[in-house]
Write a protein that binds this ligand. Structure first.
Ligand SMILES: Cc1cc2nc3c(=O)[nH]c(=O)nc-3n(C[C@H](O)[C@H](O)[C@H](O)COP(=O)(O)OP(=O)(O)OC[C@H]3O[C@@H](n4cnc5c(N)ncnc54)[C@H](O)[C@@H]3O)c2cc1C
Length: 412
């Protein structure tokens, strides 16, 4: 009987355990926390945005980097395969736009269903146990044993699904690096942005359907969705998605410093610009603002933005006669709504990030099996890999698909 050890009982580890052959094999799932799927149980604010309805092209457009690596895993177990799978195991879904949630909107109940499946499959679940080392036999290029906080034992296949740095006390990346596995630079992704300007008096204001743009090194990035002003800056899906594109553009020296210097890239501040009204053109906005009525500016725009926001944006125009504005002044006023520039002070800490950008370098991993190329019986899946995506159920799908492939593609 062969022993297959899976380290980390998050979505990728759970799926690897469920797709690994248990007949003639002993499958052990080792988790350092006292529960299975701790992070999964808080996803989607407890409602679990588990996947989405995107077609392939749209899905891959939400993976900012390394998307090609995911082709095979997606081909083997796509979002539509996953939706069927979930329905079959008793997790019917509901949809909000493209986003898929369990009908009962309970991430914890979703975890409970997976625990039941693991038990039915006789997976040996070992909680409160942490992988602290593993032994590689350099002659045969295989992992021969693992050492945990509780035991040392022989294994025949090792699947590492230990996740990233977000929402996690200590990571396994240092152990992996010690073993000669290349780890790329790690960044927080899908995080709030701290701003240089103090917007704390706008804290709590939420604005629907904005567009966020960044123009860095001649490349344009665009995200859309809702945004929120916070005590320290900005948050909400449109902002968090933008962090995924631009977080890597920073001076690492500044990033790692503990004092509160502004983050810079090539010696300059990083900016995003916000279109608070992407659903109307600049010309339409011009017609609204400069119509012939005698209404106050704030009144003309009250249907588009919250009152507190308008008061802030239009503060210096309170006593301005807009009918006598010069062309450039008009342009400035329109840009307050269509091209509002905000300088970034920093990205929030990686511990509070939804995902980690960076991880096990993908050139060491076979995309069609998830096997570590130099070691025959070592596999990786999930967030510990150098692949991540925008908000909307993409990251969980990546974890479940790569876990599926790592579990099912071994000869054992
Ligand atoms: C607040 C929040 C909300 C989110 N909401 C969504 C959402 O709605 N939709 C979406 O698609 N994504 C969401 N995500 C992202 C999603 O949760 C992750 O992409 C996903 O959990 C990654 O799965 P994983 O199995 O690779 O890693 P994880 O879920 O992080 O699991 C890894 C597990 O390995 C364990 N582990 C680590 N090291 C060791 C070790 N040495 N020994 C033993 N065990 C170890 C950890 O304790 C952990 O349980 C959210 C993330 C957060 C933080």
């Amino acid at each position: 009987m062969d022993t297959i050890a899976i380290i980390g009982a998050g979505p990728s580890g759970i799926m690897a355990a469920l797709t690994t052959k248990t007949k003639d094999n002993r499958v052990i799932l080792i988790e350092k926390n006292k529960v299975i799927g701790q992070k999964l149980s808080i996803t989607g604010s407890g409602r679990c945005n588990i996947t989405n309805l995107d077609n392939k092209e749209d899905f891959f457009a939400k993976i900012p980097e390394n998307s090609k690596f995911f082709y095979s895993a997606f081909a083997k177990f796509s979002n539509y395969d996953f939706i069927d799978y979930l329905e079959n195991i008793g997790i019917p879904l509901k949809y909000e736009g493209q986003k898929a949630y369990p009908k009962n909107e309970s991430a914890q109940k979703t975890v409970n269903t997976f625990i039941k499946l693991l038990e039915e499959k006789n997976v040996e679940i070992r909680l409160n146990e942490e992988l602290i080392d593993f032994e590689i036999d350099n002659k045969s290029n295989t992992v021969t044993s693992i050492t945990t906080t509780k035991t040392k034992e022989h294994i025949d296949k090792l699947i590492i699904t230990t996740g990233g740095l977000s929402y996690c006390k200590n990571s396994t990346f240092s152990l992996l690096a010690k073993k000669g596995i290349q780890i790329t630079q790690l960044y927080p992704s899908l995080v709030s942005i701290e701003t240089i300007y103090d917007y704390s008096n706008l804290s709590g204001i939420s604005i629907k359907n904005v567009s966020v743009r960044a123009n860095i090194d001649g490349k344009k990035y665009l995200t859309s969705g809702d945004m929120l002003f916070t005590q320290k800056g900005l948050s909400g899906p449109a902002i968090m998605d933008m962090s995924s594109y631009i977080v890597k553009f920073q001076d690492l020296k500044t990033d790692t410093s503990s004092n509160h210097k502004n983050l810079t890239y090539k010696g300059k501040n990083l900016y995003i610009s916000i279109d608070f009204m992407p659903y109307i053109s600049k010309n339409q906005l011009e017609d609204i603002i400069f119509d012939s009525s005698k209404k106050a500016l704030k009144t003309k725009l009250s249907a588009y933005l919250p009152e507190r926001m308008l008061k802030f944006l239009l503060e210096k125009y309170e006593n301005t006669d807009i009918n006598n504005m010069k062309k450039e002044e008009k342009e400035k006023l329109l840009n307050i709504f269509k091209n509002y520039k905000i300088a970034i002070k920093n990205f929030s800490n990686i511990k509070s990030a939804i995902v980690t950008k960076g991880g096990v370098s993908l050139n060491q991993i076979s995309p069609s099996t998830m096997q570590f190329k130099n070691i025959q019986n070592l596999y990786f899946a999930g967030e510990c890999l150098d692949i991540d995506a925008l908000t909307g159920g993409y990251n969980l799908q990546i974890a479940f698909s790569t876990g599926y492939l790592a579990g099912s593609s071994s000869k054992l």
